[in-house]
Design a protein around this ligand. Structure first.
Ligand SMILES: C[S@@+](CC[C@H](N)C(=O)[O-])C[C@H]1O[C@@H](n2cnc3c(N)ncnc32)[C@H](O)[C@@H]1O
Ligand SMILES: [Zn+2]
Length: 381
């Protein structure tokens, strides 16, 4: 019924066939590898001994995340799943790795455990949306929050549901994956603020069907108020591709231009969402170092994502290079030459981990197009 697999240096029994009661997705090993490096990097910045720090894997399935944290980082871990067969397997996996002293299994509703206890680290890895667990997670967490979302359709604006679940309006733009990440972060910021807790995103990324955020949490009403200033909106013109970001206070003062300054069409508004940096560069560098020195199954891919995050500009949207070429009816030059050309013209420009065919820049759409056209004339002549 079960077979043994290995992630990092941890042995895990998983169901041979997918079952309804015990969930295991080998495709998420990459996410778990990055988590291990992320948790280890965060712990090394703290004065406490690992074993005095508490971690909850609140929606655990086989227990793979929590057991890896106990085994590979050394924290004291609560591993919970409300499914009885999952709970029984978590206990077997604890035995298999000989981490009884540091890991305890629970068979509860995650929200009950979270509302009854405080944990230094809270990990929420649900099916679909984390929203049903966010309030309790934000009340429980003391230091680090790790959250997955796989409900990318409502978050991206492809379905209705963004407003209903996240109290925010997404737009289905070419940078919808980043918009989804920022809408989720905006919602977490507000949930934490209710409990006088302040967020600092350390590493936020998206891959395939999921979004993962790793964020430091600190206590304090003043700090929480400060973080609320990091919420804002993005105005987007679907006619010419122009876009800009503005804060909630700009919104309240009604200083926002509703017509696109480039083409005159009506701008659409997305948000509220998190508009500041969604990563901490120094932290990402430490995660990259941790990834480099550990035994991990998805090391190469994990290091590639984190390296891309390190080098990515903190601008809250990106431009799809192929979409730009299509509107200009020009063949796409290599993306790196467009980045070079933008930089030579005095603008900031970088790639983004969100898409291999996109770039970030502080140049406005008409300027990007002008630079692009000039490059093509040069290339064609
Ligand atoms: C996506 S799976 C977890 C996968 C796991 N974290 C991993 O990395 O393999 C979500 C799990 O949450 C459990 N679950 C769903 N609702 C729950 C609740 N209210 N309380 C506790 N567990 C719950 C399900 O039984 C399922 O095992
Ligand atoms: Zn426009």
């Amino acid at each position: 019924m079960f077979s043994e697999t290995k992630e990092g240096v941890t042995r895990i029994l998983v169901p041979k066939q997918p079952t309804k009661s015990i969930f295991y997705n080998p495709g998420m090993e990459l996410c778990r590898d990055i988590d291990i490096a992320g948790v280890a990097a965060f712990v090394s910045s703290l004065p406490q001994q690992q074993a005095s720090l508490t971690y909850i894997d609140a929606l655990a399935g086989t227990g793979v995340r929590g057991i890896r944290v106990a085994n590979e980082v050394g924290l004291s871990v609560a591993i919970n799943d409300r499914s009885k067969p999952a709970y029984e397997l978590i206990n077997r996996n604890i035995e298999l790795n000989d981490v009884r002293e540091r890991a305890k299994a629970y068979n509860e509703n995650a929200n009950v455990l979270l509302l009854q206890n405080y944990y230094d680290f809270v990990d929420i890895d649900p099916f679909g949306s984390p929203v049903p667990f966010l309030d309790a997670a934000c009340k429980s967490v003391k230091r680090l929050l790790l959250i997955t979302a796989t409900d990318t359709a409502p978050l991206c604006g492809a379905h209705s549901g963004g407003l209903r679940k996240y109290d925010a309006k997404p737009l289905n733009t070419e940078y919808h994956t980043e918009m989804a990440t920022r809408i989720l972060l905006g919602r977490v910021t507000r949930d934490l603020c209710k409990y006088d807790r302040a967020i600092d995103p350390l590493l936020s990324y998206s891959k395939a069907h999921f979004i993962r955020i790793i964020a430091r949490v600190e206590k304090g009403g003043k700090k929480a108020d400060e973080r609320m200033k990091r919420l804002g909106f993005i105005a987007h013109c679907f006619s010419c591709g122009n876009r800009f970001v503005f804060s909630c206070s700009d919104m309240l003062e009604m200083t926002i231009e509703k017509r696109c300054v480039v083409c005159g069409a009506k701008m659409q508004i997305a948000g509220p969402l998190y508009i500041e940096a969604i990563k901490d560069k120094r932290f990402c560098e430490q995660v990259h170092e941790e990834l480099g020195r550990r035994e991990l199954g998805k090391k190469k891919e994990a290091m590639k994502i984190v390296a891309a995050c390190i080098n990515e500009l903190d601008i809250p949207f990106y431009y799809d290079h192929h979409a730009l070429c299509k509107t200009l009816k020009v063949p796409p030059p290599p993306i790196s030459s467009l980045i070079d050309a933008l930089q030579l013209n005095g603008f900031a420009a970088s790639r983004t981990h969100f898409s291999d065919t996109a770039l970030k820049t502080d140049a406005r759409i008409d300027t990007i197009k002008d630079i692009f056209k000039k490059m093509n004339i040069v290339n064609l002549s």
